[in-house]
Ligand binder design. Structure first.
Ligand SMILES: NC(=O)c1ccc[n+]([C@@H]2O[C@H](COP(=O)([O-])OP(=O)(O)OC[C@H]3O[C@@H](n4cnc5c(N)ncnc54)[C@H](O)[C@@H]3O)[C@@H](O)[C@H]2O)c1
Ligand SMILES: CC(C)[C@H](C(=O)O)[C@@H](O)C(=O)O
Ligand SMILES: [Mg+2]
Length: 368
C-alpha cells in the first residue's frame, strides 16, 4: 500500500520557518513510528505570486484536490499590500478553502497548564480551558454576492454580502454536534439574530438540526458580541462554539489569546468525507505570516506542529500518535522551554524556532 500523501504549502513570512520544524516532525514519525508520508511541496500566497503572478497556480490547486491532506504555513505580508485585490496572497488561501469545499473549520483553544500564568487573563479563568470553535469557512460575507467597490452618484460604495443557505448552515451545525458528542456534549451557536436576517435563519436551522437529529446534545444560542465578552469573562462555560465565517475569524483570534499566544493555536479545515471516509482537509495555524518577526528565527512553531497533530487525528486515524505529539509539546512547555512570544516569567531565555523544534523532537524521542 502506498503512503498517505501530504501537500506542504509553507507560504510567506514565518510560514516557511515554522513549516521547517513541522517537516522534521513528519520525518520523525516516518523513521521512528513507521508512519511515512509522501510529501510534496509547492507555493502559495506571495511566494506563488512572485513566481507565477497568481497567489495559487492552477496546478497547485489540482494537487491540493488530489492529496490526502494539505498543510499550510501562512500567507501575506506588507510587500503585497498594494497588489490588486484579486491577486493578494490571502486570495490563494480563500481559493483553497472554497474549491476544496472546506466548510467546517475546527479551531481548538486549549490552555496548557504550563502557560496558564502567561495568559492575559487570570490563571483560574483559563487553567484547564478546552474549547472548540467550529467556524463556517466557505460562505457568508467572505464569499457572498454582490460584492465590490461601485460608483454611486458622486461617491464610491463598498459592498459585501452576508449570505447563508439553509444547507450551508445545516452541514456546519452537524459537524459541531458530531464533535460535541465526542467532547462535553454542549454546543453554543453564535450569530446576531437581533440585527441580521441571516442570523435569524442561522438560529432556526441550528435549532432544527439539534431537535431532529441531536436531541442528546445541549444547545444554547448567544449573540456574537456577547459571545466575545463571555469568552474573555468566563471561557470555561463553553465546550463547542459554532458560528459563521466572519464571527468565527474574530472569535478564534480572541480565544487564541486565552491560551497565551497566537503562536499556539492550530486549526483543521474539513470538507465532506470521500469514498474512503477521509474528509478533504487542510491544516494550518490560526496565526498569519507575522511580518514583524519574520526572518529572525523567533516564531513559535507550536501552532503549526499542533496542526499536523490534528492531521494525524482527523485525516489519518492516528489519534494515539497525535496524543504522543501533543504530550511531547506539553512536556517541553512544562520544562520551561519558551519562544519569545511566550515570555513573561523572570529569568527565562527564549529559544529560537529551531530550538523549540529540537526540544519537541527530544521529547518525542523520550516518549518511545
Ligand atoms: N492563515 C493565514 O495565512 C493568515 C492568518 C492571519 C493573517 N494572515 C496575514 O498575515 C499578515 C499579518 O497579519 P497580522 O499581523 O494581522 O497577524 P499575524 O497572526 O501574522 O500576527 C499578529 C501578531 O502575533 C504574532 N505572532 C503570530 N504568529 C506568531 C508565532 N507563530 N510566533 C510568535 N508570534 C506570532 C506576530 O508577531 C504579531 O505580533 C497579513 O498579511 C494577514 O492577512 C494570514
Ligand atoms: C488571511 C485571512 C484570509 C484569514 C481569514 O480571514 O480567514 C485569516 O485571518 C484566518 O483566520 O485564517
Ligand atoms: Mg483570522
Amino acid at each position: 500500500m502506498s503512503n498517505p500523501s501530504l501537500l506542504i504549502l509553507a507560504g510567506d513570512g514565518i510560514g516557511p520557518e515554522v513549516m521547517t520544524e513541522v517537516k522534521r516532525v513528519i520525518e520523525w514519525f516516518g523513521t521512528k513510528r513507521d508512519l511515512a508520508f509522501d510529501v510534496e511541496e509547492d507555493l502559495v500566497g506571495g511566494a506563488a505570486y512572485d513566481k507565477h503572478g497568481t497567489p495559487l497556480h492552477d496546478d497547485t490547486m489540482a494537487k491540493a484536490l488530489k492529496v490526502d491532506a494539505v498543510l499550510l504555513g501562512a500567507v501575506g505580508g506588507p510587500k503585497y499590500d498594494a497588489l490588486d485585490f484579486s491577486v493578494k496572497p490571502e486570495r490563494g488561501l480563500l481559493r483553497l478553502r472554497k474549491e476544496m469545499d472546506l466548510f467546517s473549520n475546527l479551531r481548538p483553544a486549549q490552555c496548557f497548564d504550563a502557560l496558564a500564568d502567561f495568559s492575559s487573563l487570570k490563571k483560574d479563568i483559563v487553567a484547564g480551558l478546552d474549547i472548540m470553535i467550529v467556524r463556517e469557512l466557505t460562505s457568508g460575507v467572505y464569499f457572498g454576492e454582490p460584492r465590490g467597490i461601485f460608483e454611486e452618484g458622486n461617491e464610491r460604495v463598498g459592498i459585501n454580502t452576508q449570505r447563508y443557505t439553509e444547507s450551508e448552515i445545516d452541514r456546519v451545525a452537524r459537524s459541531a454536534f458530531e464533535l460535541a458528542r465526542r467532547r462535553g456534549n454542549k454546543v453554543c451557536s453564535m450569530e446576531k439574530a437581533n440585527v441580521m436576517e441571516s442570523g435569524i435563519l442561522w438560529r432556526e436551522v441550528v435549532q432544527k438540526v439539534r431537535d431532529t437529529d441531536y436531541p442528546d446534545v445541549e444547545l444554547s444560542h448567544m449573540y456574537a458580541d456577547n459571545g466575545a465578552m463571555q469568552l474573555v469573562r468566563a471561557p470555561k462555560q463553553f465546550d463547542v462554539i459554532v458560528t459563521d465565517n466572519l464571527f468565527g475569524d474574530i472569535l478564534s483570534d480572541c480565544a487564541a489569546m486565552l491560551t497565551g499566544s497566537l503562536g499556539m493555536l492550530p486549526s483543521a479545515s474539513l470538507g465532506a468525507p470521500n469514498a474512503d471516509g477521509r474528509p478533504k482537509a487542510l491544516y494550518e495555524p490560526v496565526h498569519g505570516s507575522a511580518p514583524d518577526i519574520a526572518g529572525q528565527g523567533k516564531a513559535n512553531p507550536i501552532a503549526c506542529i499542533l496542526s499536523f497533530a490534528m492531521a494525524l487525528r482527523y485525516s489519518f486515524d492516528q489519534g494515539d500518535e497525535a496524543a504522543r505529539l501533543e504530550a511531547a509539546i506539553e512536556k517541553v512547555l512544562a520544562d520551561g522551554v519558551r519562544t519569545a512570544d511566550l515570555l513573561g516569567e523572570e529569568g527565562v531565555t527564549p529559544v529560537s524556532t529551531t530550538g523549540m523544534g529540537d526540544a519537541i523532537l527530544a521529547a518525542l524521542d523520550a516518549s518511545l
